[in-house]
Write a protein that binds this ligand. Sequence first.
Ligand code: GLC
Ligand code: CA
Length: 561
Amino acid sequence: MKLANIKREWWKEAIVYQIYPRSFQDSNGDGVGDLRGIIQRLDYIASLGIQVVWLNPIYSSPNDDNGYDISDYRNIMSEFGTMADFEELLAGFHARGIKVVMDLVVNHTSSEHEWFKQSRSSRDNPYRDYYHWWPAEKGTPPRRWSYFDEEANAWRYDEQTDAYYLHYFARKQPDLNWENPKLRAEIYDMMHYWFKKGIDGFRMDVITFISKHTDWPDFGDENQGSIMIDRYAEGPRLHEYLHEMNREVLQHYDIMTVAEGPGTHTHNVLALVDEDRQELNMNYHFDHQGIGVGERFIINDDFQNLVKFKKVMSDWDKALSTKGWNTVYFGNHDFPRMVSRWGNDEPQWRELSSKLLTTYLLAMRGTPYYYMGDEIGMSNIKFDNIEDYKDLMTINWYHLTKEEGGDLEKFIESHKLCARDNARTPVQWDNSMHAGFTTGEPWIKVCPNYMQVNVAAQENVPNSVLNYFRKMTALRSNNLTLIYGSYQLLLPNHEQLYVFERQLDDETLLVALNFSSETASFEYDIKASSQLEVLIDNYNDLTLGESRIALKGWQAVVLRV
Ligand code: GLC
Ligand code: CA
């Protein structure tokens, strides 16, 4: 790979740090994180060495789905603060050289959005066509599966106009009708509003679902998600809409865009992110998250299958190696803590495996998306009781499983590993009450390991997980091979080791990671290396033979070879 042939972009060179504001820092003691809380932590965020922050939704919302149900796109959620707070926060990030990406949630609104209130009020209201309605005199609409509905049914009967409306997510999240050009113009106008305020991009929530098959074909009676998700993502006008959005809005600003792409796979992703098509910059997929996880997040033996993981990640790299640009991530607000999912959160291995996962994310090709709290090795809270959960998805799935007479014990055990709330427990700042997150009652429980696992305890320890993250962000940001170099997987079938090379111009880097607690070694011709140098090693103790490299449990190294 030659640097001269690469189109450099700031968003390809950036590390994105994701903040879930509700759980980051509370500033006023009401138990809910807020914008002033983030303002208090600006210097900490800047100290991480990241270049972009993605904020989960902060718009007005009744919070059925923690802000993914928006009632006013142009205002700030009252629990989070005011527009003045937002402007101060944005200026604070910009002053520190950090760009800010906001969440764009335009597949659906809250049912409390003014558009929906109008729309449901009568069949001839001017806003009627802002949403999808099925008049009841046509009979029951064709089955559509819903993620969050109590009956997993995406059509909800509404008495007022004797019709059903569509909601892929909760009943209080009706889907917008993108067929309507007036609706599209309103969305574009709203996007201009935020770009004019100075934001630097959008992460687009379930954007692959915006185009519906409005002839409403029969998708079968399948009650579960896996089949429906791929159908939802192949709406006939998706690319037409995104191209239009690009021409109307995106092309006018120096910004970045990333699709949350359920239903994107290596065979269809280029339709979204091939530069020539003028749609979006990046996409993030779910293929690795799905390994070993079945319907309703019930896990199976493949949960940590490294061979499958390597294949998925390598196939994705290949799909975007000459056109488009990849993304890599483990954790976010919808998935468990990375160390509990892909590492080992037992006390003996938690720190080492967190460092290994950090090494991986920041040594891959593709923009890394790194979730708050992972930089200190936060782990899953693993609730024993359904009463502790706040997430409507877990709660509804639990009740569905119960009604069906399903295995509730298995459900609870699987959700200890997979539930979204594992990622939503408050950031652990110090060992004071509620981990320094709030002086009040936190909206969701704090993970009990905060006494050991917290920012303050790691700040001044040179080899802490936190300081390892900082070393790794510096390494990536100052090394173009880690950003743009080609990726070559070695040992595809090895069950413990993930080893790959990155290469750019004259430089070759070897990344070797032991995804297990047992020592493992592999053949590598060290003698041939003219410029051997260890760039990072989470043990600071690497055993190199002449032609073999041995890695201890969860050891991670990056070598220049
Ligand atoms: C996305 C969000 C998730 C939300 C859903 C509905 O998947 O990441 O948190 O619940 O969309 O908006
Ligand atoms: Ca608060």
